[in-house]
Write a protein that binds this ligand. Structure first.
Ligand SMILES: [Zn+2]
Length: 427
């Protein structure tokens, strides 16, 4: 049976800034009056939450979850604990929205929001079909509230929503909270679906270019798919071993109008585009950013017999070999390395192990991609194995890796030697 996921969008981008300069504003709520219609108040240190949902652990612990998130937001954004000590939000978690509307408890500026909304020191959530997603939405809106309060703004739409998604995606287990979590399995994040949306778009040949993501959320509310892309870009940069530090500095510029320009100037654009393409092509639950970060090399003309070493525990690795479109090359590979998967470590050679496939090829098989700025070769790699002669489809540098899940590279060990030889008739 094919399960259909209900994928949910979250909230609308906030259209204001600099709310930290103002005195905190909370609408006045008459606890006795709301209590008469079944709305109760759950109080934490940094959040008090009005809800018409019946008492349950998952609902009543939300202010505790929020309090733990405040510590992590402060740490992530570099805000001293003393500054956040007295910061509080007032929240509304609604099953029967009409009850809240009657009591004038909806946001005046956006009373028709779909799932969640944050404004100044207040946030609103519609009840959600999973406990995970209800918490996710609270943390998403809380991230907006925190950024506006302590950074003075939240940047353009893609960054504001991407950060709220990045820090809203979490793990909550045994009263421990982990923000910025990479789910290892979709069962950990019921109704979230961001990775599935990216994988579906990629399979349909519709991945979003980097610059298209930067344009999201500028004028209109985001669609569910667009939330997924904003999350993906922030997740990609926030976990990338070479770019994490630069990405995290962008928080200092959220109030600047030319934020996107600064963003583009911060990174090597060609390399960013290359790695974004490779990331989108491989993204899956449990993705290991440290191991999947690409290894680059300057290009050189292929010699008569050139050899490189390719590690089994890394994603795409540059060979330096600049191939010419239309010419033929033979790649041979040898070596014995170890591929780990759920049945334990397995000895492997460049042909791969045929008892298990990943992405249509034997696990551990040597794959290649001729990188070009105009085409995402990483989404449809060449199966090379122990020996293959092929005609280069285009000019570009050859990248190699062994075939494996992006979630299971860290347990691999060893390497292979790959050798390239241009066919004699090329010369
Ligand atoms: Zn949002």
């Amino acid at each position: 049976m094919r399960l259909t996921l209900l994928l949910l969008s979250t909230c609308l981008a906030l259209a204001f800034s600099n709310c930290n300069a103002a005195t905190p504003k909370y609408r006045q709520v008459d606890d006795r009056r709301v209590g008469q219609v079944g709305i109760r108040k759950i109080v934490g240190r940094h959040l008090w939450l009005y809800t018409d949902l019946p008492a349950s652990n998952a609902v009543d612990e939300l202010p505790l979850v929020f309090d733990k998130a405040v510590e992590q937001w402060a740490d992530y954004f570099g805000i001293p604990p003393l500054r956040v000590a007295h910061w509080q939000m007032q929240g509304f978690l609604m099953q029967d929205r009409a009850k809240f509307a009657t009591l004038n408890l909806l946001p005046e500026t956006k009373s028709d929001f779909v799932n969640g909304y944050a404004q100044g020191y207040e946030l609103w959530l519609n009840e959600q079909p999973s406990e995970y997603y209800r918490r996710h939405l609270l943390l998403h809106e809380g991230t907006h509230g925190f950024m506006h309060a302590f950074l003075g703004a939240a940047g353009p739409g893609w960054y504001s929503e991407g950060m709220a998604e990045l820090l809203g995606t979490h793990r909550w287990k045994d009263a421990q909270l982990q923000l910025g979590y990479m789910p290892s399995d979709r069962k950990q994040v019921p109704m979230w679906g961001r990775i599935k949306l990216i994988r579906d778009a990629n399979q349909n040949g519709e991945p979003l270019e980097l610059e298209a993501v930067l344009g999201l959320g500028q004028r209109t509310a985001l669609t569910t798919d667009q939330y997924a892309w904003c999350w993906a870009l922030c997740k990609f940069l926030d976990t990338h071993p070479h770019w994490q530090t630069k990405f995290r500095q962008l928080k200092l510029h959220v109030a600047e109008r030319d934020f996107n320009q600064r963003f583009l100037e911060t990174f090597d654009r060609a390399m960013l585009q290359t790695e974004w393409n490779a990331f989108v092509a491989a993204l899956d639950y449990g993705y290991e950013p440290e191991h999947m970060a690409m290894v680059h090399k300057a290009t050189r003309i292929v010699g008569r017999q050139d050899a490189v070493t390719i590690a089994a525990d890394r994603g795409w690795q540059a060979t330096g070999w600049q191939l010419e479109g239309g010419k033929q090359y033979t790649i041979t590979a040898e070596g014995r390395y170890q591929i780990a998967f759920d049945q334990g470590p397995w000895p492997c050679e460049p042909g791969g192990v045929t008892l298990r496939y990943h992405a249509g090829h034997p696990l551990g098989m040597l794959l290649g991609a001729i990188h070009s700025p105009v085409d995402n070769a990483f989404s449809k790699p060449l199966a090379l194995g122990t020996e293959r002669t092929f005609e280069a489809e285009r000019d570009g540098q050859l990248y190699l890796r062994v075939n494996d899940s992006p979630a299971q590279l860290s347990d691999n060990q060893g390497s292979l030697q790959a050798t390239i030889a241009p066919k004699a008739e090329n010369r």
